[in-house]
Design a binder for this molecule. Sequence first.
Ligand SMILES: Nc1ncnc2c1ncn2[C@@H]1O[C@H](COP(=O)(O)OS(=O)(=O)O)[C@@H](OP(=O)(O)O)[C@H]1O
Ligand SMILES: Nc1ncnc2c1ncn2[C@@H]1O[C@H](COP(=O)(O)OP(=O)(O)O)[C@@H](O)[C@H]1O
Length: 295
Amino acid sequence: MATLEAIYPAGSAASRSLRRASPAHYRRTAVAVGFRRGSGTRSVRPIEARVRVDAAGRREFVEVKSEAEAEADPDVDCDCEAPAKDHPVMSTVGKSTNIVWHNCPVGKVERENLLKQKGCVIWITGLSGSGKSTLACALSRELHSMGYLTFVLDGDNIRHGLNRDLSFQADRAENIRRIGEVAKLFADAGIICIASLISPYRRDRDACRDMLPDSTFIEVFMDVPLQICESRDSKGLYKLVRAGKIKGFTGIDDPYEPPLKCEIVIQTKEGECASPTAMAEQVISYLDLNGFLKA
Ligand SMILES: Nc1ncnc2c1ncn2[C@@H]1O[C@H](COP(=O)(O)OS(=O)(=O)O)[C@@H](OP(=O)(O)O)[C@H]1O
Ligand SMILES: Nc1ncnc2c1ncn2[C@@H]1O[C@H](COP(=O)(O)OP(=O)(O)O)[C@@H](O)[C@H]1O
């Protein structure tokens, strides 16, 4: 039995591909993984890996076999179909059966090198009226003017399309999960993805964090008191809530769980908020300090 690094050196394309492949793909006792490059030329040999997945969905390779080792041992403890030499492994994920994870030779690192930035998700959470959309737009504008590629996923906007079938009552977790999945795709594309949605429950935000590689989920908490949000009432929603016309509104008759630990907190000082540009600069200095603004 070898370590992953013994077969594929740390930092190699194959090692990186294995580590960033979908956790769902690896949520098995054992998997076999094959990589191909170009038109059918196998440049990286297949291996079999036993993977432990912890409660948070993080995976760790506990045993890795090279192709030769795997072939010499017919008793692979595998809950998936034994891979024929040139056949990929079928998986079952949720309600999808007989699906196969396809890797592509152009990966996140290659895209990041092209863009000269690191793909990540900036997840802005807070009450309605706390300034999430304002920060998202200011941040996108500033980064764009500095030459970085961003994309804003605004909760309100996504509910106009992809999530139009979801309610605020029963489907909130699904709203957040879908936006988390889309944000993950953008980050994988090498883009600085700015997700701005109330996302009131810690468990749902943490589930999105766990979808992403370490340190690429940057949670920004808009720590703005309800009183200020309500006094802004830019959409007139708080007024309707107070008049009893909207039920289950976050912060009023539905809970908002502030993060216990997050990367960035945007705070008010003596009841005053920083300007949108100053808030954006706070996030940009975090990105700069943590190496996201270079390849
Ligand atoms: N019941 C209830 N609670 C909270 N907010 C409500 C509700 N009903 C409608 N709205 C409006 O919808 C916007 C929130 O959408 P999100 O997708 O960001 O919410 S969530 O993440 O699913 O909690 C939110 O937008 P923002 O004001 O930009 O936060 C509200 O304007
Ligand atoms: N830093 C700020 N200072 C002053 N007003 C702000 C600030 N951020 C947002 N606002 C105002 O507050 C209102 C709500 O902001 P918005 O970004 O729509 O909040 P959210 O997306 O969290 O609902 C808007 O009228 C916006 O102009």
